[in-house]
Design a protein around this ligand. Structure first.
Ligand SMILES: Cc1cc2nc3c(=O)[nH]c(=O)nc-3n(C[C@H](O)[C@H](O)[C@H](O)COP(=O)(O)OP(=O)(O)OC[C@H]3O[C@@H](n4cnc5c(N)ncnc54)[C@H](O)[C@@H]3O)c2cc1C
Ligand code: FES
Length: 343
């Protein structure tokens, strides 16, 4: 797999420490709203990969744009925010991720978007096609920030609220607000806002959540407590802290042959536990898609056509995805025999 070249066409500082980068067309990357782009940077002794959510909406023919927050001491984000300029080339392994709209939205009447800080990036990308292209869907956005000055896309969102006033409820929460009951999103406030704005049963709603880990955990638990079906809650995790060490043993630790169809290429890998399928590929210098390597981002997703893959960890694939045969190569181990995968 060759890396795709992305040339920066424009850079915009949205709020202090957060910039959007728009790339020139003809980069050859297909993507869906809500997905992210994974960048690859080779140093003398390692290859680093970082993912950034796309803020543009392909259905609206917007040019490919990502949003980046500067992380103190961050290797990649600081480089982009402090030094990147128009005309610079970045290398990417492509777009990925499962934080997207379902192909069929007909069973849903309302979508709740819950975002905090830079977690707005994939949500903004999803919000636009829902408003522009799915007239029957009502939308609620609950968006938390320290203050209006630090709110990414504040004017763009206010504009959307004016344009689609009949279909969107916008609830900004500012932690510097003197009204403490509307300052921070907590369990009680979320439940209150969910019930107040609901136009249908939770079964007919989708919830998309993106923000810091504790925020996402609180939102998920609160919604599940209200009997929102697990399948209707979608999450995007930005912070991949440490590599996961599996606590459970796979049902079999033997070596098995894994055949991987990737684009026009076919690879044959002998995968021996504790190596994952991705790790075995990396040993053979085969470039497969990946980003977090911890079962949390969905970048390495593959379809299992034959055999069984045991996952040591999985934070992205739903029961439905697993039933469809989707699996993750970074935490996936072949068990019970040989396996055939398609990427
Ligand atoms: C699926 C996915 C989508 C993402 N989308 C975006 C996006 O749209 N915009 C964006 O700015 N970032 C996004 N990220 C995070 C991004 O990939 C990087 O992790 C982040 O920019 C830090 O990389 P770095 O090289 O600058 O810092 P590193 O050198 O990797 O880390 C430096 C320190 O910062 C901590 N850290 C890492 N990430 C974060 C974070 N997000 N917030 C606070 N502390 C952090 C690390 O634990 C470490 O201590 C996304 C991540 C994933 C997995
Ligand atoms: S690389 Fe992120 S889930 Fe596998």
């Amino acid at each position: 797999m060759l890396y795709k070249s992305l040339i920066i066409e424009s850079i915009r500082e949205q709020v202090e420490g957060f910039k959007t980068f728009t790339f020139k067309e003809h980069h050859g990357i297909d993507y869906k709203a809500g997905q992210y782009i994974t960048f690859v940077q080779k140093t003398t002794h390692e290859e680093i990969r970082r993912s950034y959510s796309i803020v543009s909406a392909p259905l609206l023919k917007e040019p490919l744009t990502i949003g980046v927050k500067r992380i103190e001491n961050g290797a990649f984000s600081r480089q982009l925010i402090d030094h990147a300029k128009i005309g610079d080339e970045l290398l990417s392994s492509g777009a990925g991720g499962l934080f997207t709209l379902p192909d069929d939205l007909s069973q849903f009447r309302q979508i709740f978007f819950l975002a905090a800080g830079s977690g707005i990036t994939p949500i903004y990308s999803l919000l636009k096609p829902v408003l522009h292209c799915h007239e029957s869907i009502q939308v609620v956005l609950i968006y938390s920030n320290p203050s209006p000055q630090k709110t990414i896309f504040l004017s763009e969102l206010t504009q959307l609220e004016k344009e689609f006033s009949q279909r969107i409820q916008l609830q900004f929460l500012f932690s510097n607000s003197p009204n403490l009951s509307l300052a921070r999103l907590n369990r009680e406030l979320l439940i209150q806002l969910a019930h107040k704005n609901a136009i249908c049963a939770f079964d007919n709603m989708l919830f998309y959540i993106c923000g810091p880990e504790a925020y996402m955990r609180m939102c998920t638990y609160s919604l599940q407590e209200q009997k929102v079906p697990r399948e209707n809650i979608r999450k995007e995790t930005f912070i991949i802290q440490q590599k996961h060490i599996p606590k459970l043993d796979p049902p079999d630790k033997d070596s098995h042959l894994v055949t991987v169809y990737h684009g026009t290429e076919t690879y044959h890998l002998h995968v021996q536990y504790p190596d994952s399928i991705l790790k075995a590929g990396k040993r053979e210098n085969i470039i497969l898609p990946y980003s977090c390597e911890t079962g949390r981002c969905g970048n390495c997703v593959a379809k299992c056509i034959n055999g069984n893959v045991w996952l040591s960890y999985n934070e992205v694939l739903t029961e439905k995805d697993l039933k469809k045969g989707l699996t993750l190569t970074c935490v996936g181990h072949p068990v019970g025999g040989n396996v055939i995968l398609k990427i």
